[in-house]
Design a protein around this ligand. Structure first.
Ligand SMILES: [Zn+2]
Length: 446
């Protein structure tokens, strides 16, 4: 197998790798310390002297299809429940063709921002869109991005006391059968897996208690991970108290979900004892700062959660009225929001980078990702600091977060360059943007 030395980076987020790293196939095999040369025979060299090298960023929560309803005018200034109920009927019009464009656009935006592993939470299955996950897998494979796709679900319609309309919910038995189908068809195991599937009922207010319970048993049998939204808003606390007579985390525990197989999106409104319970269980939390700010959901207690032993990852989410899929930008957003929340000394740029790398990898249950070290997958994101916003920088790693990097120059996934000179080789960007924008305008009826 060919070996590549990514040599002499301007900065690198790794231990003892001042002279770079050596990659063989899809794996990092060596970190080269200051003053040394690789021990391994090197076939090719990439001069990284103008690049800051980070572990490939990992997005732990998203809804690709929502790129089609960005800044939808009727939903612009609504809180979460109002935003959702305004958009459900629009999303009911989602077609396989539209979802394909949405997934492609989201992958492209993520890759160009340094993301090498994308998770998606797709939970809208109107009639005709049964192959949603299959479509997302095909698009990921075409672009060479690693994915952990979560098969979402809604089964509790407004008629039955839930939030979504009947047009977008499915029956529990159909959902469980499709969980099994997509895992059997797409889920890969072992280090370096490019496609994985997790099971993901949308939220406590959109599925039945039975579905939550049965999904745990199925995930254990199939050995896949579990994901859902929890504790995002105060409205959700009120909903749970009224419907279930308990708080969201109590409900989660009651249905068997308070385990280390689970990662939760948002995880904002937890009290001290709930933070401790999450830590004891090892349940992961995906922090989604921009979404939380736009919907004004509140502050995720990232520092407290990590101190309690909770793995905390980072996600761009799709669920904000002005969403973006730029993950390196989200690192900065997380850094800023948590600084406001916890104070200057409590949060550094390295903390924010950890959430988007090791933290997200832990949420997804991936020990092979999220770190530049021998034996880890060869996923790296490389940024140049030659734009005006970086000029005059000191610490190159801090510059990425604090000066505000927004575009990767080179991205490697599984040892293969997926982004070269700030572009995706072979992609007709103009055609994609035109088709995606047309599809969005049709859905929004503009
Ligand atoms: Zn979400």
């Amino acid at each position: 197998m060919m070996t590549l030395w990514i040599r002499d980076p301007l900065g690198i987020l790794a231990d003892n790798a001042a002279r770079g790293i050596v990659v063989e196939g899809g794996t990092i095999i060596e970190c080269v310390p200051r003053g040394e040369v690789p021990v391994t025979r090197v076939d090719e060299v990439f001069d990284a002297s103008r690049h800051v090298v980070l572990p490939g960023l990992i997005n732990a929560h998203h809804h690709f299809y929502q790129t089609l309803t960005r800044t939808y005018p009727p939903a612009l200034s609504k809180s979460l429940f109002g935003w959702l109920t305004t958009l459900y009927p629009v999303w009911a019009g989602l077609t396989p063709e539209n979802l394909r464009l949405a997934a492609r656009l989201a992958y492209v935006e993520l890759l160009l921002s340094g993301c090498t592993t994308a998770s998606d939470h797709h939970y809208v299955f109107p009639e005709g869109l049964e192959a949603a996950i299959d479509i997302e897998v095909e698009e990921a494979e075409a672009l060479g991005i690693r994915v952990v796709l979560t098969r979402g679900a809604m089964s509790l319609s407004a008629e039955d006391g839930g939030l979504p309309p009947k047009s977008v919910v499915q029956r529990d038995d159909a959902i469980l059968a499709d969980f099994e189908r997509v895992v059997a068809r797409h889920h890969q195991t072992g280090p370096g897996a490019m496609v994985q599937i997790a099971l993901a009922p949308c939220s406590p207010f959109s599925v039945t208690r039975e579905l939550m319970r049965e999904t745990v048993g199925l995930a254990e049998r199939l050995n896949v991970r579990l994901h859902t939204h929890l504790a995002e808003t105060r409205d959700e606390d009120a909903f749970c108290l009224e419907r279930f007579g308990c708080r969201p985390l109590d409900y989660l525990e009651d249905v068997g979900w308070l385990t280390d197989r689970v990662w939760l999106a948002h995880g904002i409104h937890f009290n001290d004892s709930e933070v401790a319970r999450l830590g004891r269980a090892g349940t992961g939390i995906c922090h989604c700062p921009t979404s939380n700010m736009i919907i004004s959901s509140g502050f995720c207690r990232v520092g407290d959660l990590e101190a309690a032993g909770v793995p905390v990852g980072l996600g761009v989410d799709g669920a904000a009225a002005q969403d973006s899929s730029n993950l390196i930008q989200e690192v900065r957003q997380g850094f800023l929001l948590q600084r406001v929340n916890k104070g200057v000394e409590a949060v550094s740029h390295l903390d924010a980078m950890r959430w988007a790398t090791k933290g997200s990898a832990a949420c997804l249950g991936r020990a092979d990702l999220g770190e530049i070290a021998p034996g880890r997958a060869a996923d790296v994101a490389m940024f140049r600091l030659d734009e005006p916003r970086f000029s005059g920088h000191g610490d190159p790693l801090a510059a990425i977060v604090i000066c505000g990097a927004h575009k990767a120059d080179r991205v490697m996934v599984n040892g293969r360059w997926a982004v070269v000179d700030g572009a995706i080789p072979g992609l007709d960007m103009e055609a994609l943007l035109a088709a995606h924008h047309r599809a969005a305008r049709e859905m929004q009826r503009i």
